[in-house]
Structure formats: structure tokens, C-alpha cells
Write a new protein. Sequence first.
Length: 402
Amino acid sequence: MGQERAAACGGELSDARLGLTLGLLSAIGPLSIDLYLPAFPTMARELGAAPGDIQRTLSVFFLALAAAQVPIGSLSDRLGRKRMLYAGLGLFVAASLACAASLSVDALFALRFVQGFGICAGTIISRAIIRDLKSGPDAARLMATSFLVLGISPVLAPLLGSYLLSIMSWRGLFVVLAFAGVAGLALVRLVLPESLPPARRVPRGTPILPPYRQLLGNGRFVRAALIAGFATTVPYAYLTAAPFVFTGKFGLDPHGYSLLLGVNAACSIATTQLSPGLMRRWGAKRLLSGANLFGFVLSLALGAALWGGVMNLALFQIGSMLLFGLVGLVLTPAAITALDASGTGAGTAASALGTAQLAVTATASATISLFPAFSIVPLLLVVGGSFVCASVLSSQREKSYG
């Protein structure tokens, strides 16, 4: 069935090329998060804002991504994937340019929300296209290919951001993001096929909410979506806390901590490529249960090291690399399990999955911003709590889970 769908939507694209294309579109969203991280202290000074206020510009971006999931996903089931990509990326370009001209942190809050709302289309529709074409381990392999590009963003973006800050102001970073959106529009126009032909679209006028109520009553979908949300929380909790923890606790400059974050992201990319094979061998449930339990134990160990006064940069970085590696093992099987269990239109399923992920992530990011910016404790509490919750969910018995 997956091969027939691939042929129908433009089988001239190989799985590798399609995965890389989807990865490029998906990466613009994380780029919008990672690129300006090194500018947090500078932005706080220039805008006369507290560090927590600048951190909350990241949280509001997550909230926008969550809020946009339902309308974008549902409309893509009715209008097609490419139309919604054009609309979302166009909105993102306009909001990015407005962010570059903002004069207050309050204006930046509002514009980051609009920016996040628009770029949501890249991530959610990329997932919908994967479900249009594939399922099970085959879908996991295609998603892992897209993660090759998607995962590079956390590796390169902070480094790129710190370099760009040496030749331009933080406002220039948002102009760079606008150019990334334009490149995405060109990619959609010139490379990406339409994976949802008119014959398979949801008829216009069909109520939007009933499929979401169906998903909320689907225990397998809800559990897998929440597990994916808790896994996503881990790297973004680091991204929220890192600019202040690495500088205040360990005395690193932006280039130094950006490099360490890049190493963490590389660990996640590497394990993501392993997850389809492990999923095929062990099943999703066993893989998720083992990885999340290990993450909980590792979080406890890091907390004990901090409590005992033996935490240093090397120990913190080694633990962080392991945690990011576990995230790479969890994300793909959790997302594919949720999409396969949905039984609804791919856009609707992808939007519900994304809403769960980003709502959890935004809550965690906002929680960290409420505590002292230079402390490791809030970060470890959020990361450890995420693995606890994911471990409980993934260990529940369900015959069809994996």
C-alpha cells in the first residue's frame, strides 16, 4: 500500500531524497529556536528585559506551534499539503522580518507567536506526508532520514548564531530566518510532490472536531503522543536553560556552549538512525520502555552528583550526551506508533501528535524560566520528570502497542 501511495504522489523521488527534502522543511522551525540562543544575553540588555523574559520568547514560540497544529493539520487534509505549506511559510517570512524590527520584548512576544504559528506547517505537514506514504518500520526509516537534516539544526544553528553575532546584531538573525523561509517556499515549489491527491482529501465542509474527539478516546494514540512530547521536552529544556547555565555555572562563552549543544544534538542524530532497526527487532513498546527507564535512572544519577557537590562540566556534558542519545531512540518509535494508531486523516493525526508534543514542551520550557536562570536544578527536575512520566506511559500493558 505504501509503495502504491508513493507512486501516486510522484514516485520519482527516492525515499532518501524525499526524507532529506522533508527534513529541510522541518528544520526551519528548530532553526528559529536554536539560531538566536547565543543572543539571549545581548537581547536582554538591549531590550531592557530580564533573562526570564527573553526565555519566554522561546516558550511563546512553542505555544504558537501547539496552537497552529489543529487548523493547519485539518486544512491540509482538505486542501492538500502544498497549499498549506505555501501559506505557513509565507506567514513565517513576514513575521521573521517584523521580529527583526521589534523595539520591545512585548512586541517580540507577539511576533514570535505569529512566527511559530506560520512555521508549524513545515513540521506537521512533513509528518503527514510520511503517513500518506508509509507505515510501521518503513515510516520510521523515512522519518529517521528526515531527522538527519532536522537534527543538524541543533548542531549547527547555535554555532552559526554565535558566528553571525560577531558580524551582525541579533536583529540580523531574524533576517536570516526570513531567507530560510524563502528557501523553503522554493523547495516546496520546485521539489516536493503533492502526496494527497484530490480523490483522497477530506470533503470541504466536513466537521473538524469529531476526528480529534476520536483521537482523544484512543488510548494507544494518546500514550504514544505524550511519550513523544516528554521526549521532545528534554532537548528544548536544555535549549531554554543552556545559555544561562553554561555561562553562569561553567563560565563558557556563546561559542563554547553552542559547540557542546551541537555535540549533544549529534548524539541524538546518531541514535535516531538506530531506532528503526531496533524498532523492527524489539518492537516499539520494548524500545520505549527500556530507553525511558534508563533516562530516569540517568537523571537521578546526575541529580545525586549535583547534590553531592561533585558536578563539573565534564560530568554534566557526558550525562547530557547520554540523555540526548536516549531522546533519539524514543522520538521515532513514539511518533510512528501514534500516527499508525490514529485511524484518521494524516494531517489530523500529525496535528494532534504535534499539539501533545508542543504543549508538554512549552509547559516545561515556561517552568524552567520561572526559576533562577543560572541553576542546574530546574533543568534536571524537568528532564527527570519527563523521563518518569514517559517511563510510566511506555510500561503500560497494551497488546497492540508495539
